[in-house]
Design a protein around this ligand. Structure first.
Ligand code: COA
Length: 608
């Protein structure tokens, strides 16, 4: 990139060149645009083939931007593929395991439906009545309906916050996800004030930070709908002091702004104490008359301190902040206006989206519902993962890589909803050869900039060392797994992980577990997440009583619902929805390619 820029400077004797690119992108095609005429000339930097330059005068600024992703007016054509079809039918010998898995899936789906129902009720009937009737506010899902183009949004971690030591916190007190505004995918973080006045519990903070991380990793604009009483005070020690706690939200706001990730805040309720910094640090803020309040200490605090009685509106209402303090930029007479203003703000962002591509996506040969009988109830109920692949990929097509080597891992290329991906799927223990193959394939996809999908179902416990031979083979496996972990950690291509069975032990790291930073990580409802699977706890304890206790604990703590409640993932998805969710994530990840100006600024936007 930089050598290319130097040669441009020499060739055209320019005084200044402005570079616009992301450091991690591999740029091969460049677009040259003058400040008058964008997209006028292109050339290939890799072969240094220069096309005629436009009329350039001394001092004129040239913009160089990676154009691999920009619309050039030319229709792009995908390379044709004729991948083999994986026609993996269910056979009579699968029946027994299939039915056992299906019974387990039905139980898990029942729990999923009950939890979803609970979450939909927010803080309960009386809190909803207080919110809508006394406080005259819209419910959070009504707000999203007005803000977003449609209801086809990707909600993240919907079941976070249930069954925590400090109680059930539906939706962790705030909804987060990714939805379209004027056709642009944006992260939203929206407090649900029916849950204890929208106050922030530790899990709320974690959910907000994760949503910001999603915005950062995928370069998505971010909209905050703020309606919060600030910190949930009884748990202040778990919210305030540490690095990844309350203050991190504001730190992220600054960093995101410096990275040119646009942020808009709508104050549609209380915005107290620390929360007051969210709109103040956003790039643009909208505030609703008679509903929004921004203050560090509310009227009761003023009364206690000075004896003075002051109304919330006079202390920190929309008029005050739009006309006097300048903390917000747009005064919205009604809530409905606020969401329309926000939509208008989003339309001013510097994106150039391509025409909606009609990606041709053939359905798989076999019904997606059959995935419920393939979703393993435990490791011993895992069938050949190709049965799952043939129900996930477009047209059930799969170009397998190294099919005969390291067969406990299946790797290969496929399309999901028209998007080309590389798939890494567990098909048994991650043995030496399988890990080497995984390492090779991950690097291959990184080399070609192809997103990776990990289908994780890892072995329930460590491999025991029972002989010298076994010790050597375990050591080799350790080294190969370490290499695969390095390849996964350093691959700059997007990664999405779906835990289709077990997520146990170190093998889960090589299969891109949470700590390996996948762009998204989802669980099927049957998934188990724990260091050791429950049945392996016997390896830990000799005494029966201890063994039983650990087994029970692991049984409870390894369920997908326990995991998702604690935000170890981005949510539980039903197996039959997997294609749809992956297709959406792949589209979302791709959007960053269409932001016109992505270079990092030195400082964030300041409201001074
Ligand atoms: N910490 C813990 N609980 C809080 C809270 C806080 N900061 N703020 C509100 N709550 C609780 C209330 O006690 C009430 O609990 P209940 O349902 O068990 O009775 C619930 O949240 C709803 O509060 P309520 O005042 O009845 O609802 P509201 O919608 O009319 O008002 C607020 C919501 C947030 C505007 C209002 O409660 C308020 O101003 N709270 C204080 C905010 C504050 O000073 N925060 C400082 C944090 S550093």
């Amino acid at each position: 990139m930089y050598s290319c820029v130097r040669s441009l400077v020499t060739t055209s004797r320019l005084l200044s060149v402005h570079i616009s690119s992301q450091p991690q992108q591999c740029v091969t095609d460049l677009h040259l645009c003058t400040n008058k005429n964008r997209f006028s000339h292109t050339w290939k930097s890799s072969v240094n083939q220069w096309r005629p330059l436009p009329q350039i005068t001394r001092g004129q600024i040239l913009r160089l931007a990676p154009t691999r992703f920009m619309s050039t007016g030319l229709r792009r054509r995908r390379l044709p593929s004729a991948f083999p079809v994986l026609d993996e039918r269910l056979l009579p010998f699968h029946r027994h395991v299939y039915e056992s898995n299906l019974r387990n899936s039905i139980d898990c789906h029942q729990r999923y439906a009950e939890s979803t129902e609970l979450v939909r009720k927010g803080g309960g009937d009386s809190a909803i009545a207080r919110h809508t009737q006394r406080n005259r506010k819209l419910l959070v899902r009504e707000r999203l309906r007005l803000l977003l183009d449609d209801e086809d949004y990707l909600e993240l971690s919907a079941l976070a916050g249930l069954g925590l030591p400090y109680g059930d916190i539906p939706s962790a007190g705030c909804l987060s996800g990714i939805g379209k505004i004027n056709g642009l995918w944006c992260v939203f973080i929206a407090n649900d004030a029916t849950v204890k006045g929208g106050t922030a519990y530790p899990i709320t903070v974690k959910k907000q930070l994760r949503a910001q991380e999603v915005a950062i990793q995928n370069r998505l604009p971010c909209v905050y709908l703020v309606d919060s009483g600030g910190a949930f005070l009884p748990l202040q020690s778990e919210i305030f002091p540490d690095k990844n706690q309350g203050g991190r939200t504001f730190y992220n706001e600054a960093i995101m702004s410096a990275m040119k990730i646009p942020q808009v805040a709508v104050v549609c309720g209380s915005c107290t104490a620390g929360g007051a910094y969210i709109p103040t640090m956003a790039e643009e803020a909208v505030m609703v008359h008679r509903i929004g309040n921004i203050f560090l200490g509310g009227p009761p605090l003023v009364k206690a301190a000075t004896g003075e009685e002051v109304s919330p509106e006079d202390l920190g209402g929309a008029k005050l902040h739009a006309e006097v303090s300048g903390c917000v930029d747009h005064f919205a007479p009604l809530e409905e206006d606020a969401y329309q203003y926000t939509r208008n703000i989003i339309s001013t962002l510097n994106f150039e989206l391509p025409e909606e591509e009609d990606l041709i996506a053939e359905d798989p040969l076999h019904p997606a519902e059959e995935l419920n009988g393939l979703a393993p109830r435990d490791y011993n109920h895992s069938l050949n993962v190709r049965l799952i692949l043939s129900r996930l990929t477009d047209g059930s097509k799969f170009q397998e890589f190294k099919a005969r080597y390291g067969t406990t891992l299946v790797t290969g290329f496929a399309k999901i909803e028209g998007h080309q991906v590389g798939i890494v799927a567990s098909n048994g223990e991650l043995l030496y050869e399988a890990a080497l193959k995984g390492c090779h394939f991950v690097q291959l996809c990184d080399q070609r900039d192809i997103p990776l999908i990990f289908l994780q179902n890892t072995a329930p416990g460590p491999a025991p060392t029972t002989s010298l031979f076994k010790a050597e083979s375990n050591t080799n496996r350790l080294k190969a797994q370490g290499s695969m972990m390095s390849a996964v950690a350093c691959a700059s291509t997007p990664k999405i992980t779906v835990v289709i069975g077990g997520c146990h032990g170190p093998e889960s790291y090589a299969m891109c577990g949470r700590s390996f930073d996948p762009n998204f990580l989802f669980l099927w409802p049957n998934a188990r997440v724990s260091l050791l699977a429950p049945r392996d706890s016997g390896a830990l304890a000799q005494e029966d009583e201890v063994d039983t206790r650990i087994h029970k604990k692991l049984e409870k703590e390894s369920s997908a619902f326990f995991a998702t409640a604690r935000l170890w993932d981005d949510g539980v998805i039903l197996p039959q929805d997997t294609r749809k969710v992956l297709g959406k994530c792949l589209k979302i990840i791709r959007q960053q390619e269409y932001q016109l100006s992505t270079e990092k600024r030195r400082s964030p936007l300041l409201r001074i």
